[in-house]
Design a protein. Structure first.
Length: 326
C-alpha cells in the first residue's frame, strides 16, 4: 500500500519517530524531520496547555525555513499524538490547535478517534491510530483512519503482546491502508524487515531516547545502553494500561519488578502516573526490547545516517541472495 501523499518523496528512511512522553520535545522532533524521518511528540508534553500553540508554531516555522534553505533535502513532516480518552481533559483544546496549525499527521491512541479523524481530514491532514490487536484495528478502520500502527510485543511504552508476524498479517487482511509496525526495532535492517513483513513504515521510539536531542536524563540514556531485552518489565501498574519499562528504573524506585501488582484500569492517568505515587515516564522509565541494540548516545542525524547505511546494506544482501537462488 502506498504511503500517504504527505510523506511521499520526503523520507530518507520509511521511519516514524514515535511520540514519547517527556522525551519528545521540539528539539528531538525538528532533528528527526531534518534528518528525513517523521518526528512526533505527545500534545500532553506541552505544559501548560498554552505551550502547545508555541511548539506548533516553532516546529512549523523552523521546518519551513529549513526546507527553503535546503531545497534538495528530504525533510519529513511532523506528527502530534493525541490521547483519545476520558482522562484527557485537554483533547478538544489540543485538537483545535492542531487544526489551526494544520498539523500534517495526527497520531491517535486508545479510543476510536472519529471526531479527530473528521477534524484532521477537514484541512487535508492524515490520522494514524495505534492498536494492539485486530479488534482495535477493525474499529480504527471503520473510523476512516489513514494508517494503523501495529504496536506489537517488545515495543516501548504501552505495548501489545502479539508477534508482528501475526498482527501485521491480520491487519492487512482487513485493511488496505498504510500499516506502521512498532516493536523492538533499532537498526536499518530491522526497518527493512518490517517492510518484508508487510508494513509500509517502521515506528521507533526507544532508540531515539539515546540521542543528544532527546529530553531524557543522562542516567536514563545510560540505563538504555546497559540494558538487554530481558531487562524490560511489562506491567499495567504505573499508568493503568500494560506497558514496557526498564527493570533498573523499577528497582531504583524501591519496587520488586518480579512482584508488581496489577493496576486498576478505572484509574488510568496518562502522563502523570497511575495508581502509585511513582510516575510513569518520569520515575519509571519506559523502553522496549530494542534496548538490546542500543550501545551509544548519538545525534539524531548520525543515527539516521547509520540506519540508512544498515538499511541499504541489508537490502543489497537480500538482493544478492535472491539473485544467487535464481
Amino acid at each position: 500500500m502506498p504511503i500517504p501523499a504527505t510523506l511521499q518523496g520526503h523520507l530518507r528512511l520509511p521511519v516514524i519517530g514515535a511520540p514519547m512522553f517527556i522525551v519528545s520535545t521540539p528539539a528531538l522532533v525538528l532533528a528527526q524531520c531534518k534528518a528525513g524521518i517523521v518526528g512526533s511528540f505527545p500534545a500532553l508534553n506541552a505544559r501548560p496547555a498554552s505551550q502547545l500553540d508555541e511548539w506548533l508554531a516553532q516546529i512549523t516555522e523552523e521546518l519551513g525555513a529549513y526546507r527553503r534553505a535546503n531545497p534538495r533535502a528530504k525533510v519529513a513532516p511532523f506528527a502530534v499524538n493525541q490521547i483519545v480518552h476520558a482522562s484527557n481533559d485537554r483533547l478538544e483544546h489540543d485538537v483545535r490547535l492542531c487544526v489551526q496549525h494544520r498539523v500534517p499527521i495526527v497520531i491517535t491512541s486508545l479510543r476510536p478517534p472519529s471526531e479527530v479523524v473528521s477534524a484532521v481530514h477537514g484541512y487535508g491532514g492524515v490520522v494514524f491510530h495505534d492498536v494492539i490487536n485486530l479488534r482495535h484495528a477493525e474499529k480504527a478502520a471503520a473510523q476512516g483512519v489513514d494508517g494503523i500502527i501495529a504496536v506489537c510485543a517488545g515495543a516501548g511504552g504501552h505495548a501489545g503482546v502479539l508477534s508482528p508476524f501475526a498482527l501485521v498479517k491480520q491487519i492487512r487482511e482487513i485493511y488496505p491502508g498504510t500499516i506502521i509496525l512498532s516493536g523492538a526495532m533499532s537498526t536499518g535492517a530491522d526497518v527493512l524487515a518490517a517492510q518484508a513483513l508487510g508494513a509500509d513504515l517502521a515506528y521507533l521510539g526507544s532508540r531515539f531516547i539515546a540521542t543528544e536531542e532527546a529530553n531524557a536524563s543522562p542516567a536514563y540514556k545510560q540505563m538504555l545502553i546497559e540494558a538487554q531485552a530481558e531487562d524490560i518489565v511489562y506491567t499495567s501498574l504505573f499508568s493503568g494500561v500494560a506497558g514496557n519499562y526498564l527493570r533498573g528504573s523499577v528497582t531504583q524506585a524501591g519496587l520488586d519488578p518480579d512482584k508488581l501488582p496489577e493496576s486498576d484500569k478505572t484509574k488510568m492517568n496518562f502522563g502523570s502516573g497511575g495508581n502509585t505515587a511513582l510516575k510513569a515516564w518520569k520515575d519509571i522509565w519506559s523502553a522496549g526490547q530494542s534496548v538490546s541494540g542500543i550501545h551509544e548516545v548519538q545525534t539524531v542525524e548520525a543515527l539516521v545516517n547509520r540506519m540508512l547505511g544498515e538499511y541499504e546494506a541489508a537490502r543489497a544482501c537480500i538482493n544478492s541472495g535472491v539473485a544467487a537462488i535464481q
